[in-house]
Unconditional design. Structure first.
Ligand code: SF4
Length: 481
């Protein structure tokens, strides 16, 4: 049986697409490669958002060229946004690549691999639009107790820094019945937590004429027995409506956390970014969310150094950050992405200016996040334990998980393995002290609940082949909307 490995760059969309790539390959008779062994098929699922993405991809392909020579029959495939963008360029630069496939035809990968083998020639197949909604593809999920569920793909916005509309096309919405059927099936398999995924979840439903569809979807998730936690990413401030806030507040299994990208606090920069909200609207949404859900943890994405950003514009961003009291922020230095309108804008900000502003922003974000985290000290919170996240500290027996508001919590757990939570289990803990980017609970477990999610995780341990072979490079960043 031929083996595979999937190497993933980029956002959650790509992480979930990699689960589909693994599912499609498994269905076609491939098996995940054992850790430490050389896979027969290496798939790169690429990202086009970061400046150095090209360098990293071609660097990795360069390392694999001699490996391929030493392993007759080995194949290399490149998919994802970079493949969609660069197409033939990939095989021109790295002629030892066997297959280049796009974001719209993940399901064709086994056929393309076979064709490349038979014809002894690289296959490049990129489709401009979706063959079928990718959720109909078989999926091998990384986690037994948490799952991504796509509500839409593509985006109808035209943010000038973003390559997504050019590469992933117009928004296509999945029907609510299909989404809920997938969620119910996942819960039946032991999944405790789902994250509804779309480039712009607030515009979900526009395609089939129901502007209230996303709020209805959240409420419908609330009616699914056994589904402990519902999250979503990412909303766009322009389309954020009060019915979504009401649905979040009134649906007990929708978690009190919100990740809403700000990108800039300057209205001039927001206009140049073609983001159709202004800072006042953004802050108004946060006020209404906090009025309805007082303990909501709010996180964001911010880009520093967008073309034309002045010191005054940057100061406006710092002002909005101070007013917003984010519990965390993903901060990015603007970098030119060929193919985006911003790439050719005048007044690109010099790198050293971007770096200096970035450092000031990171300091402020860290200071506020720490102060926000300290407010949770002494409180009892529920933690869903996770696999492979955060600190693994054998000496003090710590495990990590996420609180309901999505804060990362490191928990002191019993010494005896049988008394410890399994990934997917739930427990209440008291927060002993806060750090800028996580919380610590040193007092142990107050109320450990063995869950079906933990059972599902344990079942996977006895069937290691069920876990897809793959690597996610770097921290998966949130979709940049
Ligand atoms: S940043 Fe987000 S909302 Fe804007 S175009 Fe890209 S995907 Fe769409």
């Amino acid at each position: 049986m031929r083996t595979y490995e999937v190497i993933t760059y980029g956002c959650q969309m790509n992480v979930h697409d990699s689960e589909r790539i693994a599912g499609v390959l498994t269905d076609a008779g491939y098996a995940p490669a054992d850790p430490g062994t050389q896979a027969d098929v290496v798939v790169f699922n690429t990202c086009a958002v970061r400046e150095n993405a090209d360098n990293r991809l071609y660097g990795n392909l360069g390392h694999l060229a001699p490996v391929k020579l030493a392993h007759p029959g080995m194949q290399i495939a490149v998919g994802g946004c970079m493949a969609q963008k660069d197409r033939q360029v990939v095989v021109d630069k790295a002629p030892w690549v066997d297959v280049v496939f796009g974001t719209n035809n993940l399901g064709s990968l086994p056929v393309l691999l076979e064709r490349a083998r038979v014809e002894a020639e690289a296959q490049v197949e990129i489709l401009e639009s979706l063959e079928r909604f990718p959720s109909t593809l078989p999926t091998r999920r990384d986690s037994a107790y948490a799952a991504w569920v796509s509500v839409s793909v593509g985006c109808n916005n035209t943010c000038t820094f973003c390559i997504v509309p050019a590469l992933r096309g117009k928004e296509s919405d999945r029907r609510p019945g299909d989404i809920l059927a997938e969620v119910r099936a996942l819960v039946d398999e032991g999944v405790q937590e789902i994250t509804l995924l779309g480039q712009n979840v607030n515009s979900y439903g526009v395609e089939f004429g129901d502007r209230g569809a996303f709020a209805k979807l959240l409420r419908a998730c609330g009616g699914i027995d056994g589904l402990e936690r519902v999250r979503f990413t990412s909303p766009h401030p322009a389309a954020f409506t009060d019915d979504v806030i009401a649905a979040m507040a009134e649906t007990p299994n929708v978690m009190p956390s919100l990740h809403m990208p700000l990108q800039s606090g300057s209205d001039t920069v927001l206009k140049a970014m073609r983001r159709s909200y202004r800072s006042e609207k953004f802050l108004g949404i946060l006020d209404r969310v906090r009025a309805a859900i007082p303990h909501a943890a709010i996180t964001t994405d911010i880009i520093v150094g967008f073309p034309g950003e002045t010191e005054d514009d940057f100061a406006a961003t710092l002002d909005v950050v101070r007013a917003s009291r984010f519990s965390a922020a993903f901060t990015f230095q603007y970098s030119i992405r060929p193919g985006t309108p911003a790439a050719t804008m005048p007044d690109q900000v010099p790198k050293e200016v971007v770096q200096e502003r970035y450092e000031r922003l990171v300091d402020l974000v860290g200071e506020i996040a720490w102060a926000e985290n300290q407010k949770v000290e002494g409180q009892r919170v529920e933690v869903l334990f996770a696999n492979g996240e955060g600190r693994k500290d054998a000496a003090t027996h710590r495990m990590s998980g996420r609180a309901r508001d999505n804060r990362l919590v490191h928990v002191a757990v019993p010494e005896a393995a049988q008394d410890r939570p399994r990934p997917g289990d739930l427990a209440d803990v008291v927060i002993s002290y806060a750090a800028p980017h996580h919380l610590n609970a040193d007092g142990g477990l107050l109320d450990l609940r063995r869950t079906r999610g933990g059972d599902a995780w344990a079942a996977r341990q006895s069937a290691p082949q069920a876990v897809p072979a793959g690597t996610v490079l770097g921290m998966p960043t949130l979709a940049r909307n």
